[in-house]
Design a protein around this ligand. Structure first.
Ligand code: SF4
Length: 386
């Protein structure tokens, strides 16, 4: 296939229909967190909203979207008045389609009836609750500022008025056993959220726990125990009607996160705020991660973009392959060809065949999918396909 044709095929020709807004604030940085945020600086909230407005004004005209995602950090760390201002601003620049999905991440400790009413009034129809656990000592170790009672109450308040509530749950904290994790999953199932994201705890460089782990102050459960926890969650959630639709995500039928599907299917998307990454017209741009730098750049009338890269040809096609294979429904060669312009087996045949032989990927009719064994080691598969 000639490379000019490849580049032309891979370049995005469709308009972005999704937008992400990053709210970089939390009261406190949890010990395991290395996300883009600034902790304990409510004095910057108003300046941030103003700066965000200036960044969005570069769009010049409103861009209608089908999915909006306000993430963080903790968007609900803003005062109700500030949050309302932000939601109105975002709605102005990214008017949402009638059946659109409008997600917002919330901290359980911030949720009360007034907040839920505000979210409804501004059109938020999906809330992702950072629950993490129902075990008080696990939540304390994670340095979260809520307990299990607060989590249940916030969930109940949201469920009364918000169309879809998602819950995050972490497994694999120090000293956590499989029966302890099973109790967490059972309490989660008792609430029956529409959507569940579950992650094994990782301690990344940049988090305050990283040094403690290096110094041997605590140990994470073995890989074997973590795999057992993952499979336990998978089997329990599936037996209760949840579809395991992406490596870390489960949903009741009809409640997949449409915004994240855009990422996994290689679609274009807008983004704004410190550290936000967008993918438009084949170009990936990432904003400055430091909130202070972001504010200064905006005040000086300078660009907030820190990295910019045109991603085309086989590099883009390989990215699409890796993202799309995270979805458990898998990919077909025809879909891959129409999305990237590349023949699946010509591009990745050797590695893909090897993973099929190892039992990590499998063909089901025309679909290439992760197997259960592949799910357990998916993080080691992706680098080999890129
Ligand atoms: S609340 Fe979430 S984003 Fe904020 S510090 Fe804790 S883990 Fe990080």
């Amino acid at each position: 296939m000639d490379s000019e044709l490849n580049d032309q095929s891979v370049a995005e020709t469709t308009m972005a229909r999704s937008a992400y807004i990053h709210v970089p604030f939390c009261r406190h940085r949890c010990g395991y967190c290395n996300f883009t945020l600034i902790a304990g600086r409510p004095d910057l909230h108003a300046k941030y909203i103003e700066a965000l407005g200036q960044e969005l004004s570069l769009l010049q005209t409103p861009r209608p979207v089908e999915t909006l995602f306000i993430g963080g950090g903790t968007p609900t760390e803003l005062s109700p008045e500030q949050l309302q201002r932000l939601l109105k601003l975002v709605g102005q620049w990214f008017p949402l389609a009638e059946e659109g999905e409008f997600s917002l991440e919330a901290n359980p400790a911030d949720v009360d009836a007034n907040l839920v009413d505000l979210l409804c009034a501004e059109g938020v129809n999906r809330v992702s609750l950072g629950g993490q656990s129902f075990d008080r000592s696990k939540l304390q170790w994670l340095e979260r500022d809520h307990n299990e009672i607060c989590l249940q109450n916030s969930f109940e308040l949201l469920r009364k008025k918000i169309d879809a509530v998602s819950m995050d749950l972490i497994f694999g904290t120090p000293g956590e056993t499989v029966p302890m994790w099973e109790k967490d999953v059972e309490q989660l199932l008792h609430l029956k959220p529409h959507h569940i994201s579950t992650y094994g705890l990782t301690i990344e460089r940049g988090s305050s726990f990283f040094g403690r782990l290096q110094r041997g102050e605590f140990e994470l459960p073995s890989e074997e125990v973590q795999r057992e926890m993952y499979l336990l969650a998978r089997h329990k959630l599936q037996s209760q009607g949840y579809e395991h639709y992406e490596v870390s995500n489960f949903a009741l039928p009809g409640f997949h996160c449409r915004h994240n599907e855009t990422y996994w299917l290689g679609g274009p998307y807008y983004a704004a705020g410190p550290g936000a990454a967008r993918y438009i017209d084949g170009r990936r741009e990432v904003n400055h991660r430091s909130t202070i730098t972001y504010l200064k750049k905006i005040a000086a009338g300078e660009s907030v973009v820190a990295e910019s890269e045109q991603i085309q040809g086989s590099a883009r096609a390989r990215e699409v392959l890796v993202f799309a294979l995270r979805r458990l429904s898998g990919i077909t060669p025809a879909w891959f060809k129409s999305t990237t312009g590349f023949d699946l087996m010509t591009l990745g045949g050797t590695q893909l065949e090897r993973f099929v032989q190892l039992g990590l990927l499998a063909w089901h009719d025309d679909y290439l999918r992760l197997t259960e064994e592949g799910l357990l080691v998916s993080d080691s598969i992706w680098p080999e396909l890129l």
